[in-house]
Design a protein around this ligand. Structure first.
Ligand code: ZN
Length: 245
């Protein structure tokens, strides 16, 4: 047997069922099946390895910072309410590099799965998505644009990470508009993260410069804004503390 195969559950011998004590004709589901379902949902959500399993709300480091604490509380409220949302309203996590936006967005998916709440959940990095679609234009490509985009339209809760990270060419804008507008029309919920702001520029650009005015106003309708502004970059902070050591 290969070492990478999961070990067979000793309690149910892999059948998924345990006889009820005192009644050999009746069975109950084995606890291992919950874990299996959970692992399947985590895999189906395509959360990158670097974020799972450690990105939960519990492990989110708030540095005793009021902005970070409030952001985490808001994500917790969202998770607690799921799948109840008002008109499918999601979240827009806005903040600088290393502020913890992606951690919080991933944590929302992980917490929903761990609590056994329903829904098809999906993580997508916008930059990777655009590259994948561009690769699909190759005549030898195995999958086309429509197949790549379909899961993004069908997910009940989508995390779209790094909105605005791609140079806003017409092509990029069209893909983004198609995804966001389809989800808007079907009242599906999306959590966006972005490094760009509405009122301040990052390298001379605001969010609406990166996604266009039309999409920015649509995002207003679809999400509640969580601004994580003025928080030090934890990656730089970690590096500095390592340098001191
Ligand atoms: Zn079992």
């Amino acid at each position: 047997m290969s070492a990478i195969l999961p070990a067979t559950c000793a309690r149910c011998n892999g059948s998924g069922w345990i006889p009820l004590s005192g009644d050999s004709l009746r069975v109950e589901p084995c606890g291992c099946q919950g874990d299996l379902r959970r692992r399947q949902r985590i895999a189906a959500s395509t959360i990158p390895r670097r974020y799972y399993p450690h990105c939960t709300l519990e492990t989110f480091y708030d540095k005793n910072n009021a902005v970070l604490k409030s952001a985490r509380n808001r994500v917790r409220e969202f998770v607690d309410a799921w799948p109840m949302t008002i008109d499918g309203r999601g979240l827009l996590l806005m903040g600088g590099c290393g502020a913890g936006k992606t951690h919080l967005a991933v944590a929302a998916l992980v917490e929903i799965i761990h609590s056994g709440k329903p829904g098809r959940l999906l993580f997508s990095n916008f930059q990777d998505l655009i590259q994948e679609i561009q690769a699909s234009f190759d005549p030898d490509a195995a999958v086309g644009k429509a197949e790549i985009l379909r899961p993004l339209l069908e997910a009940d809760l989508l995390v779209l990470d790094e909105l605005g990270s791609q140079k806003p060419t017409q092509f990029v804008q069209d893909v983004l508009y198609y995804v966001i507008n389809s989800r808007y029309n079907t009242e599906r919920t999306t959590i966006f993260t972005t490094n760009y702001y509405d009122d301040a520029s990052v390298e001379g650009q605001r969010l609406q410069d990166r996604v266009g005015d039309r999409l920015r106003s649509r995002l207003h309708e679809m999400t509640e804004l969580i601004s994580i502004k003025g928080v030090p970059d934890h990656r730089i902070a970690n590096k500095q503390s390592r340098n001191i050591l």
